[in-house]
Design a protein around this ligand. Structure first.
Ligand SMILES: Nc1ncnc2c1ncn2[C@@H]1O[C@H](COP(=O)(O)OP(=O)(O)OP(=O)(O)O)[C@@H](O)[C@H]1O
Ligand SMILES: [Mg+2]
Length: 485
């Protein structure tokens, strides 16, 4: 074995031909291994320990033991495989090699595993060598949206809007750090004590963030927002109960009539998903430019230019901010500009773009309501160092933004558009707004699911005339509240 992919000169066998392997505690005595073996507890003592162990305990111990074996074999693989040669190996070749090496090593260790355990072990080893170790099955699991790692022993996943603790763990912090390093070095980034956090996009499009010790106190923190190849469209969102059909019809008209739209919401509330779905209503003939910190949007139109900002390197050079991209985008003859998330000084250029002929632009913002979103915009303008009286800032916002779509993740894990609010102008110093649609909570089912419904608020849209002029004659019934049951 170790034939084609063996490192030149690596893994020199001992005199008896066995690889340099230490027998793991608890394995059968291995007469053929010449390497010194750690002292094992006397067999009698072992039997007593086993007898006392509860069945759950036994299973845990076996799992831990398989974990130890895996580490040993993995070490063996890393020592012996020629990783450079592996790049050209097919998956099948590598699997064959791993099966052979692990089989050989297990035999030497005198460890007997059943078929299932053996298959799992080989899969785990493959994931370690080629993939992201314990994270690999979670990355492959389509029901998982987010993966959240709090140190080596705790991995949470988000499924259906709910966080769940998994029984998957890393061996220790070093193992976790090794995987983080593998991820970030693949995208040309670095993370270490002097540069302890990184935000990156993985090769498959997933969003990745890591913070390592000493800033992360109890072990490295990792969050992965998995990339969905098939983004949810408006129809699916309506199907999931995220929008009502009336809201979808309204939004379609709003996008087609080039209203400037801000999707606001909390973290993970579905802002990017909604923005992506809204973009589906843009006409295929338009030139769209997108700007994001981490490219997540997937527009279906033909004429799309995508930009992704870049943080400065370790020397503080080479950074290209969203603002830089936006300024440049304005010179690139866009029909529409979509900024993934406005969170800083780019707000100035975004508002200006919306005010100066690039109407129909869209972005998302981190806020809990439309009012809150306006305050956030005001704050961002102030933080960007623009000395402007508050009234002038509000005037800018009121004439730039037409409507807010509020996304929310409710306590039962469902994600819904809980409000659509229009900006109607200024009244004195205050921006006036009106809510056109909202989600009303009516109660709670015994299983914790929220009972609620979407309804129009009964106000006539401020943009009715514009909709009509653009050929979207929305029926008056669309804006009538749902009758109470
Ligand atoms: N209505 C929905 N129904 C089911 N899943 C949804 C819905 N909206 C979004 N999701 C899923 O929820 C996850 C988070 O969505 P998204 O990335 O759009 O949130 P976000 O508000 O942009 O998050 P962040 O604040 O981290 O940028 C994604 O995996 C997405 O596929
Ligand atoms: Mg987002």
């Amino acid at each position: 074995m170790f034939s084609r992919y063996k490192k030149p000169g690596a893994g020199k066998p001992n005199q008896d031909g066995a690889p340099n392997l230490q027998t793991v505690q608890g394995g059968k005595p291995d007469a053929t291994t010449a390497a010194p073996t750690p002292k094992k507890p006397a067999p009698k003592q072992q039997a007593v320990v086993a007898a006392r162990a509860a069945p759950g305990d036994k299973e845990r111990k076996r799992k831990a033991r398989i974990g130890e074996i895996k580490v040993e074999i993995h070490k063996e693989l890393l020592d012996n495989l020629n990783l450079a040669a592996l790049e050209n190996a097919t998956e099948k070749e590598l699997r064959t090699e791993i099966i052979a090496i692990s089989g050989e090593t297990l035999e030497k260790m005198g460890v007997a595993l059943n078929r299932e355990e053996r298959q799992q072990l080989n899969q785990d080893l493959f994931d370690e060598v080629m993939g992201l170790g314990p994270l690999e099955p979670l990355l492959k699991d389509d029901t998982v949206n987010d993966i959240l790692v709090n140190g080596p022993q705790q991995i949470f996943v988000e499924r259906d809007g709910k966080l769940q603790l998994t029984d998957i763990t890393f061996k220790d912090e070093r193992h976790l750090l090794r995987i983080i390093d593998k991820i970030v070095s693949a995208v040309g980034r670095r993370v270490d004590e002097s540069n302890p956090h990184v935000d990156a996009r993985l090769a498959d499009g997933s969003r990745f963030n890591a913070m390592v010790p000493p800033i992360a106190v109890d072990g490295s923190l990792v969050s992965i927002r998995k990339f969905k190849k098939d983004k949810l469209g408006i129809d699916e969102l309506v199907g999931f109960g995220a929008f009502s059909e009336e809201m979808a019809a309204y939004i379609q008209a709003a996008v087609a009539c080039r209203l400037n739209i801000i999707v606001s919401g909390g973290t993970g509330s579905g802002k990017t998903t909604t923005l992506n779905a809204l973009s589906g209503f843009i006409d295929d003939s338009e030139r769209i430019l997108t700007i994001e910190d981490t490219a997540e949007l997937q527009l279906q139109q033909t004429h799309v230019g995508r930009m992704e900002s870049r943080p400065p390197n370790v020397e503080g050079k080479g950074g290209v901010s969203q603002r830089d991209c936006l300024k440049n985008a304005l010179r690139m003859r866009p029909d529409r500009i979509i900024v993934g998330e406005t969170r800083g000084e780019e707000v100035i250029d975004m508002l200006q773009a919306m005010n100066t002929g690039h109407d129909g632009s869209m972005t998302t913002i981190h806020a809990n309501s439309a009012r809150d979103a306006v305050s956030r915009l005001e704050n961002m303008v102030a933080m960007a160092g623009i000395e402007m009286p508050l009234k002038a800032v509000r005037n800018q916002i009121a004439s730039a933004v037409n409507l807010f779509v509020q996304a929310s993740r409710l306590q039962d894990g469902s994600r819904r558009m809980v409000s659509i609010t229009e900006i109607t102008g200024m009244e004195g110093e205050v921006i006036s707004m009106q809510e056109v649609f909202r989600y009303e909570r009516l109660g709670l089912q015994p299983d914790g699911k929220i009972i609620g419904r979407f309804t129009a608020t009964g106000v006539r849209s401020h943009y009715s005339e514009r909709f009509r002029q653009w050929g979207y004659d929305l029926p008056a019934s669309l804006f009538e509240p749902v009758a109470a049951e």
